[in-house]
Every structure is written in C-alpha cells, then in structure tokens.
Write a protein that binds this ligand. Structure first.
Ligand code: SF4
Ligand code: SF4
Length: 469
C-alpha cells in the first residue's frame, strides 16, 4: 500500500547537503561535477548543492553549456507544445499565492459540457493536440465524476479529423480509487505541483482547506502509482521559499519515486509566482530573479536528464526564448489561464468578475510562438506517440535511457509538425516551417526511417494521417 507520510522529504538531509554544498564549492569541485553531469547520468543531492552555490560567471557559463548539450543529446532541438484548459475555478483551499483561493470573492464557475467542447474546438483550431486540464479543489462543485465527464467531452471533439490526443490532468491530491478512475478514463500525466517542499512554509502558504495537509499532498503520486497512473508530473512554485532547498526537495521526491516504483517524474514544471488578483507580490521574500532561475533550470536538466521539463506562459516571450536552450522540452502556447478563457478571448470579454488564475506573461498566439521557435532553430512537435503506443512509466524510461525513444522522436516531431502546418498554420509560418522540416529530415540518422518519414510526409500532404512511429 502507498505510503501516507512524506518522510522521503528529509529536511535534515536537505540542510546537511546544502551545508556540504557551501563548504565543498570550489572551482575544481564544480568542474568535476559538471564533467560528470555531461555524461547524462544525473547528480546526487550534495553535487546539486555544490552547483547551486557556484557564483563564478565562467563556471555558470559551463553549467549552461553542459545543460544545453545534455538537452540536445536526449531531446535534440525538439519542443513539444501543449495548452492548459481551465474547467472549474471553485476551490475550498486558501493558498496564499493563488487568485482562486477560497477567500477571494468573484463569480466562480465551472464549464458545462457544451462549453468544454467549445473551448476544445478553439484549441484544436489553434493546432493543439495536448492539453493540461486544470481545476481547483471542491468535492461538491467539482467532484471526480465532473472531471471524468470533462475528459470524455474533450476527447469527443474533432476538427479537420484532428482531436486532442493526450489530456494531462492537474487536480488536487486524491484517493487511490479516484486515481483508478482517472487511469480508466485514459489520462496522460497526472500533474500536481508540490508548491513548496519546506514544511513550515507549506503550512503558512496553505492555512486552511484539505491542501493544508502536507503528507496528503506530497504522497499523491504514490497513490496515483497505486491507482495505475505511471506518468506523474512534479513541480515547485518558485518564490515561496529558498529555491536551493526546493531544488533538493524536488530531487528527493524524484529519487523516492524512482526507488519505490522504478520511475521518476515524467515531467518537472518550473513555474515562478506571478501576480494575480488579490495577491500582494511584496509579501514573498524568496522571489527568484531571472539569473538565478536560469541557473536553476540548467541544474535541474543536469540532475534529472531524462525528465521532461515544462515552461509555461508565466514567463515573458524573450525570456522563454532564452530558457528553452537550457533544458526545457515542453512549452505552452496561446494559453488562457481562466475558466472559459479561450472563448472569452475570441469574444473580447474581459469580465473582472471572472479573473484568470494568474497573469500570463507571453501573450503571443500559438502560431507566433511556433514561428519564433522555428526561427531560433528548434523543431516544434505535437507528438503524443508514446502515450498512444503505451510507452509510459518505467517502460518509457527504460527505452529513453538506452536512446531508443529518441530515434523515434525526431521523425514523429517532423510528421506531427507537418500535420500542424497543413491544417492550422498561417502562410508565413507554413513557409518557415516547411524549411525547418526539410532541414531536420536530412538529419534523421537511420536511412530507412528517413525514407519512411519522407513517404509519410507526402501522405500527410495528400490527406492521409499515418503519424507515429
Ligand atoms: Fe485552489 Fe489550486 Fe489555487 Fe490552491 S492553487 S487556491 S488549490 S486553485
Ligand atoms: Fe515524446 Fe514519445 Fe513523441 Fe518522443 S516519441 S516526442 S518521447 S511522445
């Protein structure tokens, strides 16, 4: 049975490693750790602590270069796209940093199934194939049955023969029985941000409501695994507490999952606190500045090389363009962070009675983001092949670690990007994108696979969708 206490987050061990990191940090020591990280085998807690304490500009440059190289060797230059879909903002928790906290007064709502389908249609027309379904915690207004209905409604919509092919779900920690229901509904990743691993800060940030229970929240992935969900997505809300402590907490969590279930988190998200309605940003003394944040992203890439890393539209477009080079593998685009936000945006509705959860910092439409990453030399991907072929959990990780999945990622990215260009891209993006496809096609190392990809590209142009290897 899954553990119900989060003893695997060991405060004493984190503090000891941070202390050791401070003492051990020297140019020589850091250089050795960076060399080890370059092999792509991950890092230990004290090694991460040493890198977190590096202040030398040249060495930080080395950390960035190595993170880029590790990212490139595992993920190539691909970037997978997704969008959030907010279905309900009812919430009985009082998270201090969130605009949807129960203490905030606004007209809460949850979408009807027709509204869900309307939002899904808009996302599909943008070209999205992957979503993260988001809902606050409220067993009365947003029970698990409602979420299951939402999942069905999303999967039922199709536009130009395309539908949403992977629904990742971000809802509150729940029971093994409810995780089994989510698994049966064919969700992709179960996402839950820890927010902070530091118990006293956690208690302060979550003063009331079920989320106040640190152990219940932190052991959610254990119950998810017991319920059959083997892809889980972790994350910290950077800015609540010392980012060095959070980084080591995150690593301990990943190590716990690896030890108990043979597979670490499928993804790690790296959100930073953003302004939101009713939130006073000056009350957070641990905000992480842009330079520290870049270092953090690069160190996570080195510490857990095979875990996908996600950056959202909380960050500005320019900053996102910088940070995707340091290890990010998934990006949201064209996002709305409010319930019914996609339809409201089209209709230019800006109702202060329906605020978003937080303010988006990159407001570019998906097509524009795609264009910009193409110009920066990246290959956009809408691939969901592993999920469709049952390559999840430890099966996914064992194939990823021997490099087998990577061989398929590039052709799959090319094919799904081609599908996007044919169906949804603007003429300008199509022109730039076709060139990117031709460039990347040349670099598929296996000639047989290259030939098959070429054949399928022609078929996609002619309307046949044989997308995945
Ligand atoms: Fe509710 Fe989630 Fe916001 Fe907390 S972070 S108040 S649980 S919506
Ligand atoms: Fe992701 Fe698998 Fe597609 Fe590669 S082949 S991009 S790992 S879903």
């Amino acid at each position: 049975m899954a553990t119900s206490t989060a003893d695997f987050i060991d405060d004493k061990a984190i503090l000891a490693a941070l202390d050791e990191g401070k003492k051990r940090v020297s140019n020589h020591e850091a250089e050795e750790i960076i060399k080890k990280a370059a092999l792509g085998d991950g890092l230990t807690l004290p090694e991460v602590a040493v890198l977190l304490n590096v202040e030398d500009k040249e060495l930080i440059g080395e950390i960035f270069k190595t993170a880029m190289a590790v990212k490139r060797s595992i993920y190539g230059n691909r970037l997978v796209f997704f969008a959030p879909l907010y279905v309900s903002d009812f919430c009985i928790n009082h998270c201090v940093y969130c605009g949807y906290g129960a203490g905030h007064k606004f007209n809460r709502r949850r979408l009807s199934m027709d509204e869900i389908k309307r939002e899904t249609q808009i996302l599909l027309e943008m070209g999205h194939k992957r979503i993260a379904m988001e809902a606050g915690e409220d067993p009365e207004n947003c029970p698990i049955e409602y979420i299951l209905d939402c999942i069905k409604a999303v999967y039922s919509v199709s536009v130009k023969n395309c539908n949403i092919r992977r629904i990742n779900v971000n809802i509150a920690s729940t029971t093994v029985e409810e995780f089994k229901m989510l698994h049966a509904a064919k969700i992709g990743t179960y996402i839950l941000f820890q927010e902070t691993y530091h118990r006293p800060t956690y208690a302060k940030m979550h003063p009331l409501g079920p989320k106040h229970d640190y152990d219940w929240h932190t052991t959610a992935f254990d119950r998810a695994m017991e319920g059959g969900i083997d892809d889980v997505g972790a994350g910290v809300l950077f800015g609540l507490y010392d980012h060095k402590y959070e980084m080591l907490g995150l690593l301990q969590h990943a190590q716990h999952l690896e030890k108990e279930y043979g597979v670490g988190p499928h993804t790690i998200s790296v959100p930073r606190i953003r302004p939101a309605s009713g939130i006073n940003m000056t009350s957070f003394p641990y905000l992480v500045n842009d330079d520290e944040f870049k270092k953090l992203v690069a160190i996570i890439r080195l510490a857990v090389p095979y875990t996908g890393m996600i950056i959202s539209t909380r960050e500005s477009s320019d900053y996102r363009d910088e940070i995707i080079r340091l290890g990010i593998s998934q990006l949201s685009g064209g996002s709305c962070t409010g319930v019914g936000g996609y339809y409201d945006e089209i209709k230019h509705v800006n109702d202060p009675k329906h605020p978003p959860q937080f303010k988006v910092n990159d407001e570019r439409p998906l097509d524009e983001v795609i264009q910009s990453v193409c110009k920066a030399g990246f290959l956009p991907s809408f691939c969901t092949a592993c999920y469709r072929h049952g390559r999840t959990g430890d099966r996914f990780m064992s194939l990823a670690k021997v490099g087998e999945i990577q061989n398929l990622c590039q052709p799959n990215a090319i094919l799904t990007f081609k599908e996007y260009l044919e169906d949804f891209a603007s003429p300008e993006t199509k022109k730039i994108g076709e060139k990117v496809i031709q460039d990347y096609l040349k670099h598929i190392p296996n000639p047989k696979l290259q030939h098959k990809t070429e054949e399928r590209l022609v078929k996609i142009h002619d309307g046949t969708r044989d997308l995945y290897f």
